[in-house]
Design a protein around this ligand. Structure first.
Ligand code: COA
Length: 181
């Protein structure tokens, strides 16, 4: 099982496959201090890392069935990235990760993209449970998950790592039944 390439239209944004033309914007976004604070990306983040992400890492994730990566596009420019990962087709579970570029922040884009992608996974691909994990110190990410309608299940201690060390993670989920409420 694997996710098919897709373009998913949201309100004021589109989730679409990454393209080589996004490399410069991805490089700039992943050099941002807040992004590097909360994501264990290569540091310093160089253009070759974005090239590898677009050309190798994202395609490999999709081919393996583990997930799929989308650009979050607004006004024909990539404003962020969102992906499904750690998908287990047998148990019907998957996880969403995201970042929003500095030029896209402040308008709730991560929460809106998360809701759209979670509904795509639950309603169109037969999955049962979508998870978001956010460090206890990462309040914007927690708010994004909450605004997407995800429910906090508690804190997984020492479950994540960032450049500064180990972090506790708030576990959020959206399950298929939540969409019926
Ligand atoms: C997390 C992230 C994707 C959110 O981006 P965004 O969608 O543009 O988020 P916004 O700036 O619109 O803020 C989302 C919410 O957090 C709130 N928020 C923003 N900064 C905050 C802060 N420092 N403290 C508390 N709340 C904050 C906003 O008020 C907003 O709340 P609302 O929905 O109630 O209005 C973005 O900050 C980012 O890319 N961070 C770095 C990478 C990262 O952390 N990825 C997630 C890893 S789990």
């Amino acid at each position: 099982m694997s996710f098919p390439s897709a373009t998913i239209r949201g309100d004021g944004f589109v989730l679409r496959p990454l393209s080589h033309a996004d490399v410069d914007d991805i490089t700039a976004a992943c050099q941002d201090a807040q992004t590097l604070e909360w994501l264990p990306l290569p540091r310093p983040y160089e253009r070759r890392h974005a090239e590898g992400f677009v050309g190798e890492i994202a395609p490999a994730a999709q081919e393996s069935g583990r997930g799929i990566v989308f650009a979050v596009e607004v006004d024909e420019r990539v404003h962020g990235c969102i992906d499904l990962k750690a998908t287990n087709w047998l148990s019907g579970t998957t996880e969403i990760g995201y970042w929003v570029a500095p030029w896209g922040r402040g308008r709730g884009l991560a929460g809106r993209a998360t809701r759209l992608l979670a509904e795509w996974a639950l309603l169109e691909h037969g999955l049962e449970r979508v998870v978001v994990r956010a460090a206890t110190g990462n309040l914007p990410s927690q708010r994004a998950a909450e605004s997407a309608g995800f429910v906090s299940e508690g804190v997984a201690r020492n479950a994540g790592f960032v450049h500064s060390g180990r972090v506790d993670l708030v576990i959020y989920s959206l399950v298929r039944d939540d969409l019926r409420l």
